[in-house]
Design a protein around this ligand. Sequence first.
Ligand SMILES: Nc1ncnc2c1ncn2[C@@H]1O[C@H](COP(=O)(O)OP(=O)(O)O)[C@@H](O)[C@H]1O
Ligand SMILES: [Mg+2]
Length: 449
Amino acid sequence: MPREKVRYRCSQCGYESEQWMGKCPQCGEFGTFEKWKIKREEEKKEIPPLSSLKQIDLAPAERFSTGGEEMDRVLGGGVVKGAVILLGGEPGIGKSTLLLQVASKLCERGNVLYVSGEESPSQIKLRASRLNINEERLLLLSETDVEIIAEGINFLKPIAVIVDSIQTLHHPALESPPGTVSQVRECAFHLINLVKPLGIPLFIVGHITKEGTLAGPKTLEHMVDCVLYLEGDGVHPWRILRATKNRFGSTNEVAMFEMREEGMVEVKNPSLELLAERDKHAVGSAITAVMEGTRPLLHEVQALVTYSPFPQPRRMAQGVDYNRFIIMVAILEKKLGLKLYQQDVIVNVVGGMRIEEPAVDLALAMAILSSVKSKPLPPDLLIFGEVGLGGEIRSVPWAESRLVEGERLGFSKALIPRHNLKKITPPPTIKVVGVNNLQEAAGVIQEEW
Ligand SMILES: Nc1ncnc2c1ncn2[C@@H]1O[C@H](COP(=O)(O)OP(=O)(O)O)[C@@H](O)[C@H]1O
Ligand SMILES: [Mg+2]
């Protein structure tokens, strides 16, 4: 006979306990404990037959295209049947837009169910007409009760389901409001268990908090097969779609979109797009190559060094890590003798992009040097390399791919770490100079001036 055992669980962080408590010992919230029933089977369990690794036949995952080349690439070559994909991103970044476009393309294969707990069908229609979407087979369901949604999926057996968003759904068996940890977990669990055996791919939208993590439990990320993030700075039209988890492919793939009035437009040649408005003879501008997964992207890094009227000059960095930038200013003062203590130093990555990679260091240093000397860097020069505290230039991974991307966009010179140069065969049309430290790098630039 199954016996029900009652436990209590914090609706904020998921902490479990035998007794009800007023204050959660894990997250410190008050009044968040709720009843949680666990069924206990008392019969003895049988061990299922074990499989030897050697005897398992690998059938390739059954995939189909989402109709968008970039989306397919990030998913590892299309969507796998029964896969659950979580799409995270800040409000207004374009999650609903992107998934509505995916849904419309998937309609070529059959009915697609678009469940929205946030918008009414007429609101969705409004967006759809702006995006020029008008599919007969796109079926809208404005519902938040996960059991009713499950009924809908069971009845329709669509070829794909989109749920926008998981934070708006609720399971009637739980007392806590939508968006709480237990609701998000239960609703996701319910839907995942339903679509897996039916082989229906499920796209779930998840909002992210101010801290940049998915609102709700971290367990949500463990429950799904793919976690995608849509990022952008909200000012520029560029959006980056990135996989941070993928059970069916690499997490290295990145896609770039431009958010336009008519929707998300795939950017096939991101480097070209990012350098489109560049002034080739601008002082304080350097071009670097940054890896986004396995794909090199060219970025423009800008620096402005100007006399400061303040006793404490300003240091501002957009798009690069502030601490790395401050360290770079100190290294430049120490190693190249630049006098920056009475100067404001401002750096920026064009297009609202963010560069996390240390490979940007050398370009940042040369952009600052260019601004200090009021001389533009050579317009066809590509720069990358990590700079150490001693001013030494350290090698970076994927040097050859970066050079090839530079060559593709017409760059004919490159300043790179000497250690990288030893191990690669650079493209023949690029004159590559390897340097060991900042002084050598500055020397190479000064020869050009
Ligand atoms: N009429 C419009 N023309 C152009 N862009 C619009 C229009 N209406 C909304 N948008 C853009 O669409 C964005 C909302 O996208 P949406 O897909 O709803 O984001 P999310 O689902 O991530 O919250 C808004 O931030 C806005 O920039
Ligand atoms: Mg939305």
